[in-house]
Structure formats: structure tokens, C-alpha cells
Ligand binder design. Structure first.
Ligand code: PGA
Length: 250
């Protein structure tokens, strides 16, 4: 059985003090969430160490939002995978569309990052998704399949078993526009098929999250779809009550 996961991507929000408060609120309410649902929070780098402390003793997992494509050394401003592990992370988001769009993250770089993350013991939350032009041109299946193949087909089955995939249509991120459950399900099924073409039955074990304006009011319908195993939540993860309400939507 694959895991259900609800992960909160805080993006570039909250001060350290606000982040600790939010993390504590999530940890305090996490006992309301059934053990079959894994909660993960992804604060900014500056918050990781104190947030790890704030969620200690709870079941909430800690994720970074990115990691370097180098192991260590003279790479000013970068944070390496083993540093994230030493800060208490078990996960890192990689290939978020905001990083692809604003910071020139390419599939080639993501291959390196995903492999380094896994080699250091992190589970990558690997993001894929088409933009509005690609969706309107009917190219969404091709775009998302290529993103999956270009990066994840370079992995061994053992490495692939560590990966969580997040499908996030760019046109739905932070816009209030959610993909319909049908639109999301058909892409999730396509992603699982693409994974199965390379990795066989392992595809059934891979958690595939939906992201893009997911909130308490639409999570239930999305999570009811057979190939949607949870959510990567941006805006709604900044309120502990909303984040927990989403996790209670299975
Ligand atoms: P959103 O962001 O929930 O604010 O749309 C999701 C994401 O980008 O991970």
C-alpha cells in the first residue's frame, strides 16, 4: 500500500519566530490525523533547525524546499543535501515550478539533485506540471511525461522507491484555480503509467501528490481519486487549522 501524504510548502513565508509557532501548532494538532496520513512541513532553510526542535516527538516530517546540485565546497549561497539531513530533514522538494521558472532549474540539474538527495538519505518530493499555454495547446500529457522521464528514468529502482512525485499544474498554483478532480486524476494516472513503463509494479507503490490551490473545501474530492495520494499545499499550509483540515480529508 502506498502512503498518503499531506506536505506543506511554506515557500518564502514566515519569520523564524512565526515559523516555530506554526510548526508547533501543526505538531499539536497532528494527533487528530490518522496514522495512515503522513504530515510533512517544508519551511525555509533558516527555519529548519528550530522547526525540527519544535516538531520533535510528533509524527510530522521535515522537508527542505530545495537542495544544491553539488556535495560541498565553494558554492556560495547553496545548501547541500547532507546539511539538510544534519538539520533534521527527511525530505526535500525538488523541481518546483517556481524554481524551474525563476531560477533556471533544468531537468539536467534535477537529475543531479535528485540523486544527491537520495544518496544522502532524503526522499525527494519531485514536482512536475504544465503551464497554461501547454495545457491550452493540449500538450499537458506530453510535457509532464517528459519531465518524469528526463529525471526519474535515470534512477535505479532502489532510488525510485524513495521518490514522492507531486503533480502541480502551474496555472493552478497560488491562483485559486484548482484542477478538477477529473483533470488531476487523468494526469496522475498518466504519471503512474509512465513510471510503470520503466519501473513495473513499483509504480503502484509511488505516492503521487496533487498541488495547486488545494484547500479544505476541495481536498476531499481530489483525494478520493484513485491515483491521488495526497497534496502538496502552498497557501493553505500557512494556517495550521486549514492544513490539518486538508489532512483530515481522506
Ligand atoms: P498553492 O501552492 O497551494 O498556494 O497553490 C502549491 C505549491 O506551489 O506547492
Amino acid at each position: 500500500m502506498r502512503k498518503n501524504i499531506v506536505a506543506g510548502n511554506w515557500k518564502m513565508n514566515t519569520t523564524v519566530a512565526e515559523g516555530i509557532e506554526l510548526a508547533k501548532a501543526v505538531a499539536a494538532k497532528s494527533s487528530e490525523v490518522p496514522a495512515s496520513v503522513k504530515l510533512i512541513i517544508a519551511p525555509p532553510f533558516t527555519h529548519l533547525v528550530p522547526v525540527a526542535e519544535a516538531i520533535k516527538g510528533s509524527c510530522v516530517g521535515l522537508s527542505a524546499q530545495n537542495c544544491a546540485d553539488k556535495e560541498k565546497g565553494a558554492y556560495t549561497g547553496e545548501v547541500a543535501a547532507d546539511m539538510l539531513v544534519s538539520a533534521g530533514c527527511g525530505y526535500t522538494i525538488l523541481g518546483h515550478s517556481e524554481r524551474r521558472q525563476y531560477y533556471g532549474e533544468t531537468d539536467e540539474k534535477l537529475v543531479v539533485k535528485v540523486k544527491l538527495a537520495i544518496a544522502n538519505g532524503l526522499s525527494p518530493i519531485f514536482c512536475v506540471g504544465e503551464n497554461l499555454d501547454e495545457r491550452e495547446a493540449g500538450r499537458h500529457f506530453d510535457v509532464v511525461s517528459a519531465q518524469v522521464k528526463n529525471v526519474l528514468y535515470t534512477l535505479s529502482a532502489e532510488e525510485m522507491a524513495k521518490v514522492i512525485i507531486a503533480y502541480e499544474p502551474v496555472w493552478a498554483i497560488g491562483t485559486g484555480k484548482t484542477a478538477t478532480a477529473e483533470q488531476a486524476q487523468e494526469i496522475h494516472a498518466c504519471i503512474r503509467k509512465v513510471v510503470a513503463e520503466k519501473f513495473g509494479d513499483l509504480a503502484d507503490e509511488i505516492t503521487i501528490l496533487y498541488g495547486g490551490s488545494c484547500k479544505p473545501s476541495n481536498a476531499k474530492e481530489l483525494f478520493a481519486c484513485p491515483d491521488i495520494d495526497g497534496g502538496l499545499i502552498g497557501g493553505a499550509s500557512l494556517k495550521a487549522d486549514d492544513f490539518i483540515a486538508i489532512a483530515l480529508s481522506f
